[in-house]
Design a protein around this ligand. Sequence first.
Ligand code: KG4
Length: 337
Amino acid sequence: MVTILGIESSCDDTSAAVIRDGLLLSNVIASQKVHEEYGGVVPELASRAHQQNIVPVVDTAIKRAGIEAKDLTAIAFTRGPGLLGSLLVGTSFAKGMSLGLRIPIVDVNHLHGHVLSHFIKQAPDDEVPEYPFLCLLISGGNSQLILVKNYNDMEILGRTIDDAAGEAFDKCAKVMGLPYPGGPHIDRLAAEGDPKRFKFAKPRIPGLDYSFSGLKTSFLYTLRDNVKLNADFIEQNKADLAASLQATIIDILIDKLDKAVKQTGVKTVAIGGGVSANSGVRRAVADYCARHGLKAFIPQRVFTTDNAAMVAIAGYFRYLDGQFCRYDAAPFARVEV
Ligand code: KG4
């Protein structure tokens, strides 16, 4: 029996989870509300909140799993990418706990966690993707098309050359006067709007790379020009603006996904990261896969944002491989898959 405690502290969620032989026993997430009034994550406040949260979060995860700390086989932690101060809290905690329990630590790349979240089982016969598969990883910091050949062999086929998909949602939401993070607000408003009402610029860049900065600018100009004529333009059209913005982002995402599917010939497509919580994105990817005879893996919403279950599953695979981490390992702010 291999029982892994996962710890995630890369940004503004403190999370701990327990996975036994690939089966999820618990997943506890403490989100930090302190950032809301600043319109974005404040790194110094994030690390302080992690320090306050980490002991109760880990303790709760172990209790909810119905185990004791002495039953753990290893501790997996997010080593990067993320905010250095936040990562340091999880990294130091994992090291200290592992020394106390005399069990190994396993370092996890947060992006691998998002990709491998599809392997978290909540029941023994849950279906998991077959390799190779394509993963569209879309979050506040990343937009990547990844060819996943194995749990430890991933190739980035395309990435954003400017903003991430989540940033496009958040920045456009900000100019509409919506709170941070704006993605979920756009999602909610879009459900009531007309996606064809406004046309925004789409990038024309070759290959599989993404770009969202042109869309952001064209959204901004549409608002600016119309507000000059009608001061209430945004308020009166917010649902149509949100629906049209979301539809454009989805078109951009699906266009490159389609190219990547044709280029690689994969039969399975997965999505991951915060933006994969978006209702329109989920529907569009499921429809695309159904039309093309592909198997789609759409994560449960709880596994789309930062969570330790994905860290524990990625750590579980590394543990089975004997990939342990040294105690002098420092976290890293930036790293690729
Ligand atoms: O993966 P994630 O939790 O962490 C970062 O990379 O920071 O992703 C956060 C991003 C934010 O940009 C947020 O607006 C976006 O995911 N997001 C959404 C939705 N839920 C979260 N975007 C669109 N629709 C949603 N429902």
